[in-house]
Design a protein around this ligand. Structure first.
Ligand code: PBG
Length: 343
């Protein structure tokens, strides 16, 4: 019902200062906890991990302080650590050897590729954690695009066949959540059919429905080694930051095609999209606090301009307030540890 302030005042003549004092509820820590509308817990987080070939290998990502590419053995240990801190899901991103990148991204379909090896190793040692894999060709193409490049165009329908196969290979390796991040039209439906046809109907799909062509992906592309590879930009398939209604159409189509969960990406600059999708469709809705958002916060903290003890959890709470059911964030482990010590 519409709340007309003058009506409220007529019914409740004292509903204003000094009878009403908003600060009363904020006075003590226990009261602030009591009235909190939103909470953060480790169960809200998906932790992305970059994997690299080799053993006992850690390679720092220069544009992402405290983030490292890990060899599979160390990724397994990281997954154990994540599980013990209550993080429900990790997301795996491979750094592909440039020698394995090709025009058509064939390595994406190799059941023995790095990401599949990582999935198998993690599901064997840490079966209680969920594993999510991106579906898109960009870690594997020599041109750095998410789809097939023909005469200067990213071709949609021919790419779909490859994406369906890539999803199958990952699901057969044991991946629990397939996350198409390629923004081709029709990909969710094709992937759902391919999984169902191979008795993989239990595998979930988290669709990156609203994925914007964003400058905030810069550090990620360094981490997976696709920065120098990328020719041109991704604006013919990723969304324009000017658009909001279009994100609702994307989400609607993906839900109709069988998406179990929806992802919005990037995160903080697109909280309006998170809120609109959640309010419109009432489906599990997630946000990706992407590499550039992470690096901005970390860079400011390293300069002493921001206090990590204050801003990291504050940045994550913003997603919960906007209605997100969870957040894919490079801060996941850090935040889970902070929440644990706060009790
Ligand atoms: C690949 C992909 C990207 C990200 C996740 N999956 C980059 C891109 O689309 O170019 C970016 C994530 C981040 O910046 O943290 N399709």
């Amino acid at each position: 019902m519409a709340r007309n302030p003058s009506i409220v005042r007529a019914v409740m003549p004292n509903a204003h200062f000094p009878t009403t004092r908003m600060r009363r509820n904020r006075r003590t820590p226990w009261s602030r906890r009591l009235i909190a509308e939103n909470t953060l817990s480790a169960a809200d987080f998906i932790w992305p991990i970059f994997v690299v070939e080799g053993a006992r290998k850690r390679v720092p990502v220069s544009s992402m302080p405290n983030v490292e590419r890990l060899s599979v053995d160390l990724a397994v240990m990281a997954a154990e650590d994540a599980a013990s801190h209550g993080i429900p899901v990790i997301a795996l991103f491979p750094y592909t050897d440039p020698a394995l990148r090709s025009e058509n991204g064939d390595e994406a379909l190799n059941p023995e590729n790095l990401v599949c090896k990582a999935v198998r190793a993690i599901k064997k040692s840490v079966p209680q954690i969920g594993v999510l894999c991106d579906v898109a060709l960009d870690p594997y193409t020599s041109h750095g695009h998410d789809g097939l490049l023909r005469d200067g165009e990213i071709v949609n329908d021919a790419t779909l066949e490859l994406l369906a196969k890539q999803a199958l290979v990952q699901a057969q390796a044991g991946c629990d959540i397939i996350a198409p991040s390629d923004m081709m039209d029709g990909r969710v439906g094709v992937i759902r059919q391919a999984l169902d046809a191979k008795a993989l109907s239990h595998v979930q799909i988290m669709a990156y429905s609203a994925k914007y062509a964003s400058g905030f992906y810069g550090p990620f592309r360094d981490a997976v080694g696709s920065t120098s590879a990328l020719k041109g930009d991704k604006r013919s398939y990723q969304m324009d930051s000017a658009n909001g209604d279009e994100a609702l159409r994307e989400a609607e189509l993906d839900i109709a095609e069988g998406a179990d969960m929806i992802m919005v990406k990037p995160g903080m600059p697109y909280l309006d999209i998170v809120q609109r999708i959640k309010q419109t469709f009432r489906v599990p809705t997630f946000a990706y606090q992407v590499s550039g958002e992470y690096s901005m916060i970390m860079a400011a903290c390293q300069n002493g301009w921001l206090d990590p003890d204050k801003v990291i959890l504050e940045s994550l709470m913003a997603f919960k307030r906007a209605g997100a059911d969870g957040i894919l964030t490079y801060f996941a482990m850090d935040a889970a540890k902070r929440l644990k010590t706060m009790g």
